[in-house]
Design a protein around this ligand. Structure first.
Ligand SMILES: [Zn+2]
Length: 361
């Protein structure tokens, strides 16, 4: 067993490894083709592999690439889980569902956002109701997206950010940026004006395969926040509420909740976890994000701003474009044997805790 072999260097390679591992494991596979192509012209899809009784009351869902480029991490773990036959550890009446690439376009193009510049993990809001305002983001938007990336506009934007942080504090700045916003389609952490292809596809998949189950657990893999190689467990549930307490019972007191201020993540609106809760109203769902650290937070934010600038004003194949693409990838993919091993060990431990917790609920 070589852990590095489960991880890939491109979306196409990752998808290929996933589909082969799913077939060898004997999984039922369903693919949802994405209407667009990858940068190499290759096909894109959200792929699902299901193992266990079709009518299982309990299903554990393991998902990757909600944030596109972060999918290198989750995909590597999914391939490892399949190749090591973790499904053989499931008790009776439990199935496992791997969802590969919630956001295949972002994964293939090595961007965090979807094809429409939407942060999928801010897109699960009620678009029939007034969209949540983010007045603090309105204040910092212009600083985040300068018109040049290596000239006076960038320098002025960085100086404005420094001033904002000096006046309001780093936490307030981070909270303003990452909460999610619906007013600036050219901005970062944009939640969109409608459900994206990825959201609609996740909802169709969940309606077909998860509705009517008594219990569902979700582990959604992320990268880019916290100490390098460490996997923070993030619950977006109300601190002290029954869902949050269930995650603590399953995973221990390492569970963090942005709402209580003990997480590397600030509070966010419209997450995939709330999407699952809203959809599976008659199911007890226990959802967690596992967030692995890569680079320091200022470098990650700089990479996100650079990516945003590149697709608005730059040229992906230019020297600057290639440099930015390299920085974005490093911000969301540790891509060395030590990091891969840390990601795998933690992911495996969390999956086993999920199976145990789900069996006892
Ligand atoms: Zn993420």
């Amino acid at each position: 067993m070589a852990i590095d072999d489960w991880f890939s260097a491109s979306y196409g390679e990752a998808r290929g490894k996933f589909l082969v591992a799913a077939k060898v494991a004997g999984a039922t596979v369903q693919s949802f083709p994405h209407p667009l192509k990858g940068p190499d012209g290759g096909d894109l899809a959200m792929d699902m592999a299901y193992l266990g009784p079709q009518d299982a009351e309990r299903v554990v869902v393991v998902s990757s690439a909600t944030h596109g480029v972060e999918g290198f991490c989750g995909s590597g773990c999914q391939v490892g889980f399949l190749e090591t036959n973790i499904h053989n550890e499931l008790p009776d009446n439990m199935a496992i569902m791997y969802v590969h690439a919630h956001n295949p376009h972002g994964f293939a193009h090595e961007r965090r956002v979807t094809e429409d510049n939407v942060d999928l993990n801010r897109n699960f809001v009620d678009f029939d109701a007034p969209l949540p305002a983010n007045v603090a983001y309105d204040e910092v938007h212009a600083m985040l997206v300068p018109t040049d990336w290596d000239g006076p506009a960038r320098e002025a934007a960085d100086a404005a950010i420094e001033n904002y942080i000096a006046s309001n504090g780093m936490l307030a700045f981070q909270a303003a940026v990452v909460l999610g916003q619906h007013g600036h389609p050219d901005g970062i952490f944009y939640g969109g004006q409608a459900p994206t292809w990825s959201r609609r596809t996740i909802e169709a998949l969940a309606a077909e395969h998860l509705m009517g189950r008594s219990h569902v657990a979700l582990i959604d893999f992320h990268t880019g926040l916290g100490p390098r190689g460490y996997g923070e467990l993030i619950s977006v549930d109300v601190p002290g509420g029954p869902e949050h307490l269930r995650t603590v019972a399953w995973y221990g007191d390492e569970v963090r909740t942005p709402a209580s201020g003990d997480s590397a993540s600030s509070e966010v609106n419209g997450t995939i976890e709330t999407g699952y809760h809203d959809l599976l109203v008659n199911t007890e769902s226990t959802t967690i994000a596992i967030e692995y650290g890569t680079l320091p937070v200022d470098q990650v934010l700089a990479a996100l701003r650079a990516d945003n600038w590149l697709y608005l004003h730059g040229e992906v194949t230019s020297e600057m474009g290639v440099k930015i693409k390299r920085e974005v990838r490093a911000a969301f993919y540790g891509e060395d044997s030590e990091w891969n091993a840390q990601i795998w060990e933690r992911g495996l431990d969390i999956l086993r805790k999920s199976i145990k917790g789900l069996a006892g609920s």
